[in-house]
Every structure is written in C-alpha cells, then in structure tokens.
Ligand binder design. Structure first.
Ligand code: NAD
Length: 436
C-alpha cells in the first residue's frame, strides 16, 4: 500500500518505518525542515532501540521518503496517518489545532478517495471534527478512522511490529477492509484487531493510559504507607502481583510517571469528563499523587542534610523519563534538578541518551558528564532518577571512592536493601526500609 504519515516525531517515525518494513511505500511529512533534511540524508532523529537499522534499510531500499510538502506527500497515498502533537492546552484539554489545521489543508488537497487515520491521542469526538474540517473543502469521498497508538517509547519497534492489539474505530466498511489488510502482517500470531466505533476507539486510548497511571499512583501510595508502617513494598508488590486479576506488571513504585503521554492524557480525560459534567475523582487523585511523587526524594534529601542544601553537590544518574529513551518530557529528574538548584545546590548529571535534550532545555544550569562515575566526583550524595540497566549493577567500590559521602537516594529501587546495608551505604529508596 502507499502510506503517508503526517508528523514524523516518535510515533510518526516508528509508524512510517514499521509500515515500510512490511513492504509498504511510505512518505513521511513534517513541517520541521531541519528534521526532514536529516532524515532524508539517513540521519535518525530519535533514539529508539532497533529503529535505526530498520530506518536505514527501508530508506536504502526506497520504501521510505521524507518531505515537508503535504500536497506532494499525500498525492498517491491510499492511507494518510496523522501522527501530530496533541499537547495539553491551557485548560488541560488536548490541543487539537495541529490536527485540525492539517485536516483543513487535506480538504483542499485530496483528489481521490483516501482513508485518513487519527493516530494521535485525541479526545472523543475528534474523528467527527476531522471529518467536518476536511469536508468543508473536499470534493472527493474519504473516510476518517480512529486508530490510537499504544507503543511504548523504549520498546516502540517491538510494540509496533507485534502489538498486543490493534484498535480500529470506523463505521465505514471500505475503510475497515483497508485497515484490516494493512495491519494483517503485524498480528500473524493471533493478537486481535479490535474493530469498534470511532468514539470508543478514542476513549480506549485514554482509558488505557489513565488506568496504567492509576496503577502507578496506587503503588506509590502503598509505598508511602509501607515506609510509615514498616512494611516492604517489594514484598507487597510480589504478594499482590501473583494474583492474575492484578498482574505483575506496572506495580513498581518510584518517583512518579512522566513522559509525553501519561501526564497529558490523564489530564485530558479529566477535562473531557468535566465537559461531560462528570467529576472523575479517581483521576484527580492520581494526578495529585504523581505531582507529590516527582519530588518524593526531596524531603529525604533535605532531612539528611539538616534542611540546608546550599553549597551541596549532587550526582544525578538518569534524566530521561524512563530508560531506553532520550525523551525528557515531564521527566521527574527535571523537577528534582529544579528543586536542588533552587535550594542552592549544584548537580552533575549522567544519562546514556538524554543529556543533549536536557542541555537544549536548561543549558548549563547543571554539569553534564560522559560517564556515570564521573558524576560522583566531589558529590555529597548520589540520586538515581531513571532505571537504566547500566545503573543496576554498578561498581560499588568505585561509587565509594568517588562519592564524598556514602549516601544514595534511589528513586527507582535499583538496589537490594540488605546488600546496601552490608556495603555500608546510607541508602534511601521508595517504600522500603531506609539504611542509615
Ligand atoms: P512528537 O512531538 O514527537 O512529533 C510530532 C511531529 O509532528 C513533530 O515532528 C512536528 O514537527 C510534527 N508536526 C507538527 N505540526 C505539523 C504539521 N502541520 N505538518 C506536519 N508535521 C507537523 O509527538 P509524538 O510523541 O510522536 O506524539 C504524536 C501523537 O501520538 C500525540 O497525540 C501523542 O499523544 C500520541 N502518542 C505518543 C506516544 C509516545 O510514546 N510518544 C505513544 C502513543 C501515542
């Protein structure tokens, strides 16, 4: 099939590349001319495990093209995917201006039947709005489909190539057939393609992300309780996770969820609920808990240093909002940095992939180092904000020699508590006994 993907960010580039991988002809359109030039020249613009190899192969074999010109990009497409940003507006609702602008342009451009697919995360009713925006000027037949994306950054290629499920919202038989054919190679193992109406598909994405965020905030509150009552959240997690109804995944406490999806999607669903005259109480609590959780380590750090962080120097391991990505949107590390700097402390940070993005955002307010152990030099304590594998089994002797004081605040529960006790560190984590 001939496919166009409008918006070549995390979702668009993965979507385009993975559709090309099964033999489709894909054109990716983006208004960012710099990004398009880089991609067309074979330079990948995001870090995503496994993507580069697929990207290079499909580019070389001519199945992947890049352009800034929407008209040229969509002219011979069968299916047009919209993978455009839907950032939070001022009132928390999803900002649809990127999508509706492109929809409006498509109305002028379309010359024959196309299936236009919302891949962005959009509130209920958006497919209707997109349809209306295109129809204002379109002279040809078209269908609008809602096909939310469930890929996770860090394992996006795997998620796209072998999705747990594909959700397709459409009331058109013709579009249903096209979409079914397009996704068939990705669900050969029998994972379901679930067809439904557009509104249900739109809500499915928000419900999924909000449920996962709820699981995280729930476990973070259990962790707080564990600390107060002397229980161990790791034990509680294993105890409840072995119940099939609960499941083992997504039960790890930490310093809150971040990224470009959970915070904005939970907020957008709360706003959609308000607009529907419903107060979604659970989700309000989920957001509240997460706000606190991002700076959960701060009171512990302050208490350790007698509420005086002025002149203290911290090593920070991890900047990305989660491992295996360079994405720093809403990353808890950024909130920790802000609080430390505001208290008069300084920070040396290391992240395997996200340092250049942070540098672009906050410049030289912190020091960036090339190696995780270099961050420890002259530091009064080590703070861990992202669970990169490379931090999981560090050389503790090296930590001991480099750190000024043997103190670790671990926001991701990477180390075993008894082991830290044995090694003689002052070690505080989330929902587990502190080693002092
Ligand atoms: P992104 O910001 O990484 O990429 C969006 C791209 O769209 C950018 O490259 C931007 O230049 C481009 N763009 C903006 N206006 C344009 C226009 N008029 N024409 C062409 N290109 C234009 O965003 P993302 O993370 O890929 O997210 C896209 C959507 O997918 C969002 O709705 C998001 O909620 C959803 N989503 C994201 C993820 C994720 O993990 N990132 C997962 C599932 C769903």
């Amino acid at each position: 099939m001939k496919i166009t993907v409008v918006g070549t960010g995390y979702v668009g580039l993965v979507t385009g590349t993975c559709f090309a991988e099964t033999g489709n002809n894909v054109t990716c359109v983006d208004i960012d001319a710099g990004k398009v030039a880089k991609l067309a020249a074979g330079q990948i613009t995001i870090y995503e495990p496994g993507l580069e190899k697929l990207f290079e192969r499909n580019l070389k074999e001519g199945r992947l093209q890049f352009t800034t010109q929407l008209k040229e990009g969509v002219s011979d497409a069968d299916v047009i995917f919209l993978a455009l940003p839907t950032p939070p507006g001022e009132d928390g609702s999803a900002d649809l201006s990127y999508i509706l602008k492109v929809a409006d342009q498509l109305g002028y451009i379309l010359e024959d039947y196309k299936v236009i697919v919302d891949k962005s995360t959009v509130p209920v009713g958006t497919a209707d709005k997109v349809r209306e925006a295109i129809a204002r000027n379109a002279k040809v037949e078209f269908d609008v489909v809602s096909n939310p994306e469930f890929l996770r950054e860090g394992v996006a290629v795997e998620d796209f190539m072998k999705p747990d499920r594909v959700v397709i919202g459409t009331s058109s038989e013709k579009a249903r057939k096209v979409m079914g054919e397009l996704y068939a190679p990705y669900v050969r193992q029998g994972n379901p393609v679930i067809f439904m109406d557009e509104k249900s598909a739109e809500l499915t994405k928000y419900a999924a992300n909000s449920f996962l965020a709820t699981k995280i905030s729930f476990m973070n509150e259990i962790a707080i309780l564990c600390e107060r009552l002397g229980a161990d959240v790791d034990m509680v997690r294993r105890g409840i996770g072995s119940d099939d109804r609960i499941g083992k995944r997504f039960l790890f406490p930490g310093i809150g969820y971040g990224g470009s999806c959970f915070p904005k999607d939970v907020q957008a669903l709360v706003k959609s609920s308000q607009d529907a005259d419903y107060d979604f109480r659970i989700l309000n609590a989920v957001m509240d808990v997460n706000e606190q959780q991002k700076v959960f380590l701060l009171p512990k750090i302050e208490a350790y240093f007698d509420n005086d962080l002025k002149g203290k120097h911290f090593a920070l391991w991890g900047l990305a909002f989660k491992p295996n990505t360079d994405d720093i949107r809403e990353a808890p590390a950024l909130y920790i940095i802000d609080r430390l700097l505001a208290a008069g402390a300084s920070v040396s940070a290391f992240d395997p992939e996200a340092m250049s993005n942070v540098k672009q955002l906050i410049g030289d307010r912190i020091r960036y180092v090339d190696h995780q152990y270099e961050a420890l030099e002259n530091a009064d304590a080590l703070i861990i904000a992202t669970e990169w594998s490379v931090f999981r089994t560090p050389d503790f002797d090296k930590i001991r020699t480099h750190l000024k004081d043997q103190v670790i605040f671990d926001g991701r529960n990477l180390f075993d508590v008894p082991r830290m006790q044995e090694l003689g560190f002052h070690y505080e984590s989330v929902g587990r006994q502190a080693v002092t």
